[in-house]
Design a protein around this ligand. Structure first.
Ligand SMILES: Nc1ncnc2c1ncn2[C@@H]1O[C@H](COP(=O)(O)OP(=O)(O)OP(=O)(O)O)[C@@H](O)[C@H]1O
Length: 230
């Protein structure tokens, strides 16, 4: 289980998270919902220690991680699929995947599940990452995250900017990562129907804090309208 208790987080002097409390049960998907700019990405970055400073408690499976440097948080089993995917275009698909393994202390290589989940990537390991479509790059970003053998995956709008006919494939893969591999996933998502389909629980973020949270069936249309409508 991941839990954040009374977490504040800062970029320089600017405070982006205020008294944030979040619980992500082990082996479940937690949907992180809210409008643009409310602090969802900052929440993921804070869990990894990537903001300038944070206060409060962050614990993963009972271990306090908030004083650890980012590389130790990655070693403790946290992987990140960032918004925009951040593929290195001149690196091959193979090297982009292997790069993820350097974040872990375990064996390095292409994760066993990759051929099954992403046959196209396996068939094109020597092609540069930059030639891939948005959907294929998202697959690559997920494969790279899996290369550090994580127990917790932080995913930032994984279907954003992807062709509609590929979105469903990515969604199914995210659900498989949870159901088949047992990964705990924090899923930042604007697509509420997908969040309802995939997640067991949700947290609604506004002004850098959690304003609603609960099991996914408790997410009402009224909450969505109040906190997500533009
Ligand atoms: N590197 C940064 N330096 C300073 N302020 C930042 C930085 N990144 C984000 N912020 C500010 O922190 C607040 C939260 O931004 P964040 O990107 O976490 O929101 P978000 O909910 O993920 O939005 P989006 O859906 O647009 O990514 C915003 O006010 C933003 O301007």
């Amino acid at each position: 289980m991941l839990s954040l208790t009374h977490v504040d987080s800062f970029y320089g002097r600017s405070q982006a998270l205020h008294d944030m409390n979040v619980t992500a049960p082990k082996g479940e998907i937690l949907a992180v919902l809210g409008r643009n700019g409310v602090g969802k990405t900052t929440l993921l970055r804070t869990i990894l220690g990537l903001t300038d400073r944070s206060e409060g408690t962050i614990s993963l499976d009972g271990d306090e991680i908030s004083s650890m440097p980012t590389h130790d948080r990655a070693r403790s089993g946290i992987a990140y699929v960032p918004q925009g995917r951040m593929i290195i275009p001149d690196f091959t698909i193979r090297d982009n995947i292997l790069m993820g393994g350097f974040a872990s202390s375990g064996p390095r290589g292409i994760p066993e599940i990759v051929p099954d989940l992403f046959p196209y990537l396996m068939d094109n390991l020597d092609r540069p990452g930059g030639v891939l479509s948005g959907g294929q790059q998202q697959q690559l970003a997920i494969a790279r995250a899996l290369a550090c053998a994580p127990s917790l995956l932080l995913m930032d709008e994984p279907t954003e900017g992807i062709q509609p006919n590929i979105v469903e494939q990515i969604e199914d893969i995210i659900i498989r990562l949870n159901r088949d591999l047992g990964l705990t996933i924090l899923l930042v998502e604007q697509n509420v129907p997908f969040a309802r389909r995939a997640a067991s629980s949700f947290v609604m973020v506004e002004h850098g804090t959690a304003v609603e949270a609960g099991r996914i069936h408790a997410l009402t249309e009224d909450m969505v309208a109040r906190h997500m409508a533009i």
